[in-house]
Design a protein around this ligand. Structure first.
Ligand code: PAF
Length: 281
């Protein structure tokens, strides 16, 4: 398996593949891989000649230094998991210096307002950091297809806007959320939960699913009220936001209910922040 730490080596190899008309699939990650990431790799490997995965904990997208410090870093394990999907997947695991060349700062991005909702309003600067690193990675890998999970649905829409704004010739593929058997959305942050917390956290999806039924039968206010009451019975949880928004604009869903809506949630369980979402259509 090929593992690159520097962009020049990776670019040289990929340019040879491109000359031979290979299609490049790309899965950007921050490592601590779980089955959700592996499903993105599988989708890429099934639809492209070459698959590249990046593993890079991007400092500029963390607005909380403790979150950055505690983010799990498990490169050896990650490589084994990648190998279990396909021996030919190429790994790009650069250092911060390799990506930022001594200037670890975000650019300023405008995503048509998508960046101001939910994650954007609770994590100032987060999407500037995501935009900065994803653009840099696309410039290095120049993929034909790039795969993102719908768990970070707002990020997925922002990346779609990024490639449109900068005319980056890549097809963005959104992939369904992978869940634990108890319904908990798979996330690298789940590694920080105790077994008991993991079990408890399954309630997030159960509440989202019930909120969906209530939304469809009784409307938005009833769904919001239900979520707030349901979490009040779980003192270990602190809900940061629960929003019902239009999938395209991410603005609060309109009363007319045109288009598609999704419910989005961010919850702290004993200080660990988890997000999830569910389609309401
Ligand atoms: O979703 C993630 O893991 C990250 O936000 C990404 C897209 C790899 C950028 O650092």
């Amino acid at each position: 398996m090929l593992i690159f730490n520097n962009k020049a080596g990776l670019k040289a190899l990929l340019s040879e593949h491109k000359k031979a008309n290979a299609t490049i699939g790309f899965v950007p990650t921050m490592g601590a891989l779980h089955k959700g990431h592996l499903s993105l790799l599988e989708a890429s490997a099934a639809n492209n000649t070459i698959t590249v995965i990046s593993i890079f904990v991007n400092p500029t997208q963390f607005n909380n230094p403790e979150d950055l410090e505690k983010y799990p870093r498990t490169l050896d394990d990650d490589v084994k998991k990648i190998q279990s999907v396909n021996e030919n997947i190429i790994v790009f695991a650069p250092t911060v210096d390799e990506m930022y060349e001594g200037r670890t700062q975000s650019g300023n991005f405008e995503f048509g307002g998508l960046e101001n909702q939910m994650e954007g309003s609770h994590r100032p600067g987060h999407f500037d950091g995501v935009g900065t690193i994803v653009k840099k990675l696309f410039e290095i890998v120049e993929p034909d297809n790039a795969y993102f999970g719908e768990k970070d649905f707002q990020q997925l829409q922002i990346v779609r806007r990024l490639v449109k704004n900068y005319n980056i010739p890549v097809n963005i593929v959104g992939c369904p959320i992978s869940r634990e058997p108890n319904g908990l959305a798979m996330s690298s942050r789940n590694q920080r939960l105790t077994e008991q917390e993991r079990n408890e956290a399954s309630v997030i999806y159960k509440i989202l699913a019930e909120a969906k039924t209530i939304y469809r039968n009784e409307g938005e206010d009833a769904a919001k009220k239900y979520v707030s009451t349901a979490f009040s019975g779980h003192p270990d949880f602190m809900v940061e936001y629960f929003e019902i928004a239009d999938e395209e604009t991410l603005l609060p869903a309109t009363a007319a209910k045109n288009g598609k809506q999704r419910a989005f949630i961010a919850v702290y369980i004993n200080g660990i922040r988890l997000i999830d979402n569910i389609s309401l259509n």
